[in-house]
Design a protein around this ligand. Sequence first.
Ligand code: MEV
Length: 439
Amino acid sequence: MSGPVQGFSKLSKEEKIQWVAKHYTYDPEQTTALLKKYWNEDAQLQKLHDEFIENTITNFYLPLGVAPNFLINDKLYTLPMAIEESSVVAAASKSAKFWLNRGGFRTRVLGTEKVGQVHFLFRGDHHKLAAFFKSIKSRLISEVSPITKNMEKRGGGITDIELRNKSQELQDYYQLHCTFETLDAMGANFINSCLEQFSKTLREAAQEYESFSPEEKNIEVVMSILSNYVPNCVVRAEVSCPVSDLNEDDGVAPETFAEKIIQAVKIAEIEPFRAVTHNKGIMNGIDSVVLATGNDFRAIEAGIHAYAAKDGQYRSLTHARVENGMFHFWIDVPLALGTVGGLTSLHPLVKLALEILHQPKAEDLMQIVAVAGLAQNFAALRSLVTTGIQQGHMKMHLLNILNQLGATEEEKVKMVDYFKTHTATHNAVVEAFRKLRAN
Ligand code: MEV
């Protein structure tokens, strides 16, 4: 261990590694060798990764897999997915194949509105504030035009600015609640730049507003920041088929299968303990495509979970019903995604992922990502209401356990074969491996 360090960010990469290795690891030499093993041989590519963040010491790999056969609005896609969980890509592929033979996925963007807010304190008469806001609204928009003019040329920009009185909930607290259309960009930088300009105009104009008392002139801006809650930037993805077409090889009658899925969804609609896990499975699909396409999965997570709790209780993002003999299964999900800017034009694998997806526009990507979530949920529910989740999960996890045990390729083949007809639990794998080695 060491005490606090000064000027760490100024050290060279080698020096940073030495410092971490020396002060925090058992075997500094081995640590240094390990960290360097993960460097890319291509120095330029490595430099690109080094510069994404501060204090980079190495790269942290995640597998990038692909799930083929996604038929979305009659077009075939292969989905790139960056994820470490063993069964996710397999489940997505299985779901894609299931729905490929039943008309595929249908999707529709329901809205693309992004949000940002200037949070401020105003100590005075709120009627006067409302009149002031009305008088400066066009100035707010005109003073931000150097930032918005390019976006406007492409058809985007600010769609509205509203004054919101929150002083009942928090003393003197008001907002400029602003909405934006950011087209193919996720828009965080654009929105934040606009908001900071709004805040400047707001404070300056208040100083000049004659009807305000000296105290009222001193509008105090607390912060200006985009919101990751985007309940009007929503996409719907759905699948449907006659109930009688539902079953393949699950050993359950189609009607029973439909009923069980609907019951499972209803439970997640009313029971938060189940809803969180249900939605976690959806996020397995969503996050992995979001990550592979260079988008901010933390923003997506935060926004989606808030949306799942929009009526005051956390609920399932997916829904299911049977109507006139047809099974319907769908998801509504908020997704503020970008296909230009940020990592999308920097990270070589992100560029490749977007190429694999036919260079989607942001709206296309919203639809693809929603499908990934719906497909993942279908796969999870299908297992849960029939065989249980462990069968498929352990099949995929088997290789992880065998790698931990140091199995050779030949041993892996034998073990995989053995567990085709035996239930794989961690203990069962360890035991079977021990027997194999003993022979
Ligand atoms: C595991 O990553 C995800 C599941 O638990 C989702 C679910 O229970 O619906 C299988």
